[in-house]
Write a protein that binds this ligand. Structure first.
Ligand code: GUN
Length: 293
């Protein structure tokens, strides 16, 4: 078994991003700029957004965070998005999900100017991704692709089983792994909560992408000898042992699955770090005018 080391790959890519950010500052007279909106006080969202902002600073980006209480109205939020869309000195805008129930996430996603949608959630970016056109690829799938590329994992002709069909990870990942490019050219099976014979299907996978949101869901019996295992799980549990008071668990039972896998991502230290790298890469691409002019 070998580790797909998100810490190593993300640090390497962040060095490259840092150099490019310095170049942009020299040419444009300003840093690449990511704006994030966070509504409420969900513990997970707070942690993820703080980490996104911290990583922006690390690579020499400007970051701005707008915080709202749970009680913010949908109209207020949409107005703020409109204002940021028009700001010429903002390259990327993300609204952290989930949102409170009274706010429609579809309206929010579509309100963001697709040219600043560095999360890659806007229908224009998703549509362009389907057609293999330049677009912002959702950060987590993008991060996974970069990791597969870094370790030169063969994907062509392989059976990739994606477990979970979320808009953020499972669904775009299934599209990306089937595209006629590298990484890609897989035969993809997208599985979900209504899938029959899930265990059997996962057992036939050369590449497993676990994005279910359930601790240790993928066990050793479900994984073929030699499979590549990508764990997207970020299941937080209260812990008296860690400094933060929380411990993070993946969707894969790492201890028992790792001996069977050819390659596997750890949690923490795997996909989570690559997600942030994906977001930084998209923000950089926006600042460079690489995708939309
Ligand atoms: N919530 C969980 N993952 C994400 C993400 O990648 N972007 C945003 N905006 N919200 C999320």
């Amino acid at each position: 078994m070998q580790l797909l080391d998100g810490k190593f790959v993300s640090e390497k890519l962040k060095q490259e991003i840092t150099a490019e950010a310095a170049g942009i500052l020299a040419v444009k007279g300003r840093k690449p700029h990511l704006v994030a909106i966070l509504v409420g006080h969900d513990g997970g969202s707070e942690t993820y957004v703080a980490s996104k902002m911290k990583n922006c600073e690390k690579v020499g980006f400007k970051s701005t965070l707008y915080r709202y209480e749970e009680t913010v109205t949908e109209a207020e939020l949409l107005n703020k998005i409109d204002e940021i869309n028009k700001d010429e000195e903002t390259d990327g805008l993300i609204v952290q999900l989930p949102l409170p129930k009274h706010i429609d996430p579809e309206k929010v996603t579509e309100k963001i100017d697709y040219r600043k949608d560095v999360d890659g959630f806007h229908p224009v970016n998703l549509g362009r991704m389907m057609r293999n056109l330049p677009c912002y690829i959702p950060a987590t799938p993008y991060g996974i692709l970069m990791m597969l590329e870094e370790y030169k994992i063969e994907t062509s002709g392989k059976h990739c089983v994606v477990v979970g069909r979320s808009n953020i990870v499972g669904s775009p990942m299934s599209v990306l792994m089937s595209r006629n490019t590298y990484p890609g050219n897989c035969t993809v099976t997208l599985t979900h909560s209504k899938t029959r014979n899930l265990e059997e299907i996962v057992r036939s996978a050369d590449i497993v992408v676990a994005a279910i949101g359930k601790k240790n869901f993928i066990n050793a019996d479900m994984v073929k000898e030699g499979a590549v295992v990508i764990d997207v799980g970020m299941n937080r549990e209260i812990s008296s042992v860690t400094k933060s008071g929380y411990k993070l668990y993946g969707d894969v039972d790492f201890e028992n699955v790792a001996p069977k896998a050819s390659w596997i991502t750890p949690v923490p230290g795997g996909v989570g770090l690559m997600t942030i790298t994906g977001l930084l890469k998209n923000t950089l691409a926006s600042a460079k005018g690489e995708i939309y002019r």
